[in-house]
Design a protein around this ligand. Structure first.
Ligand code: CA
Ligand code: CA
Ligand code: CA
Ligand code: CA
Length: 472
């Protein structure tokens, strides 16, 4: 009997530690809302968080740091009541409430208890499984007359799959063709930036005879009030003639818009993003290869940084993609081979900027010929006989004559790394890269020269496993 008691005591001493997991709270599991403070199926660990145990006298007993999977173990040899304190997590994460307890980084436990702790990024928050989606929409023609009355920016609910069921936020006469988008959840302001798309007009609100290619608009989600938020000069963003110079009709009739063909992707702005606190708009300027920081209150530029031009021919570097995520900015650049004409030069790279310096996240060649390659492939057009065309990317072209004719199609897929997103899948974080085919901006449906040609905007997504360092 004495021996048994001794053994029990011994075991309780060895195994009576306090352990648990520090986890990343996500607001949703894809279909249903999660609960902050509760460690749920699609959530995963946060590493490097400090955990300390204090005894009833307030003395620190032991400390640990969470492992890669977020788990920790505090070796405690004596039974009793302990105060567990978590600290030293990344600044973009905030402690999740634990029931009614908002200050959940301090918990009370007995030796042998399991104690989990949730952290969330407020940027991720959603209170609905059916959020609104906003996108630009493109119709041929000028920003005046009948074609000016056509829609340019629309909003609809995620669950609404009827392609015609959307609410119009702005028409072409208001903003012309736009691409970049950012949303301020506090003010419900939508920021959107101009893009040059052939056959589609741009306003000339400053009356300088050029389309307003360097403008960012601010549109309130509720009132739909539209204002010009920021305007880059022609020197900063490049020039394209006004609608009249481009001879864009005030209808959706075909147009030539010759000057736009070569300028697409080479002038104006790429994506825009907004900071967590809503105080800064980040803008990629394609034309001068700079990243700008604009104060949302004063509308002043507070900083600008040269985006590294690391292509074989530096003049072929075309920044476009931008993402603000977990406190860091990611910029995506395409090596267009616009000048070199060499397929071997086609490449995409992503840099992130933390403490003022750009660091490389990934770079990889876009020169491959197999559409089934794990890396994706260019878009594939299917001819009338079922033959697939255009499964490789090409150097950016300068002129319509460089298109190849395949079946009913004119083909020359040209890559633009157009956006970056981050998603969580299988308890891991992935970077998603969206590629736009430059052709989609250079061509249109039944427009001049290409009367028999059907083209489309196309985004392909590549999934890059950040932890595993491979495509998935
Ligand atoms: Ca949760
Ligand atoms: Ca954006
Ligand atoms: Ca103008
Ligand atoms: Ca983005």
């Amino acid at each position: 009997m004495r021996i048994l008691l001794l053994l029990l005591l011994l075991f309780s001493n060895i195994y009576a530690d306090i352990s648990g997991t520090v986890f990343r709270d996500l607001p949703i599991n894809g279909t249903e809302l999660n609960r902050y403070g509760l460690f749920e199926d699609n959530e995963f660990g946060v590493d490097g968080v400090t955990v300390k145990a204090y005894n009833a006298n307030g003395e620190e007993v032991t400390t640990a740091s969470t492992a890669e999977d977020g788990t920790y173990n505090l070796s405690i040899s004596e039974d009793g009541d302990y105060r567990i304190e978590f600290s030293n997590w990344p600044a973009y994460l905030k402690e999740s409430p634990d029931g009614d307890n908002l200050n959940s980084s301090i918990k009370f436990a007995k030796n042998g208890d399991s104690v989990d702790f949730g952290l969330h990024n407020p940027d991720d928050f959603t209170s609905t499984t059916d959020p609104e989606l906003i996108t630009s929409i493109y119709f041929n023609g000028a920003t005046s007359g009948d074609s000016g009355d056509l829609k340019s920016l629309v909003v609809w609910n995620y669950s609404d799959t009827d392609a015609k069921s959307y609410e119009v936020l702005a028409n072409k006469s208001d903003i012309g063709s736009v691409w970049g988008l950012a949303y301020d959840t506090r003010t419900k302001d939508i920021y959107t930036s101009a893009i040059l798309k052939r056959h589609i007009g741009l306003p000339d609100k400053d009356g300088d005879g050029n389309g307003d290619i360097g403008v960012i608009y601010k549109i309130n989600r509720d009132t739909k009030a539209i204002e010009e938020f920021y305007r880059f000069s022609s020197d900063e963003a490049g020039t394209i003639g006004d609608d009249e110079t481009r001879r864009l009709p005030e209808t959706t009739d075909p147009s030539t818009d010759a000057d736009a063909f070569d300028k697409v992707g080479n002038i104006g702005l790429g994506d825009i993003e907004i900071s967590s606190d809503g105080k800064t708009i980040y803008v990629v300027n394609i034309y001068n290869s700079k990243l700008y920081f604009i104060d949302t209150t004063t509308k002043d530029i507070t900083d600008s940084i040269d985006i590294p031009r690391e292509c074989n021919d530096p003049d072929d570097s075309r920044p476009f993609a931008l993402k603000y995520d977990d406190g860091e900015l990611y910029v995506g650049v395409t090596c267009s081979a616009y000048n070199s004409g060499e397929k071997n030069d086609l490449e995409a790279y992503v840099k992130n900027i933390g403490g003022g310096n750009f660091e490389k996240v990934i770079n990889y060649s876009l020169y491959y010929q197999n559409a089934d390659d794990k890396k994706g492939g260019a878009y594939v057009a299917v001819g009338g006989d079922g033959t697939k065309y255009g499964d490789e990317f090409n150097p950016w072209i300068h002129d319509w004559s460089e298109f190849e004719t395949k079946a009913d199609f004119r083909i020359k897929p040209q890559p633009i790394l157009a956006d970056i997103e981050f998603i969580y899948r299988n308890k891991k974080k992935y970077m998603v890269m969206g590629f736009l085919d430059r052709e989609g901006l250079q061509t249109g449906y039944k427009t001049m020269i290409q009367m028999l040609v059907m083209k489309r905007m196309m985004m392909k997504t590549f999934f890059w496993d950040l932890q595993g360092g491979r495509f998935s």
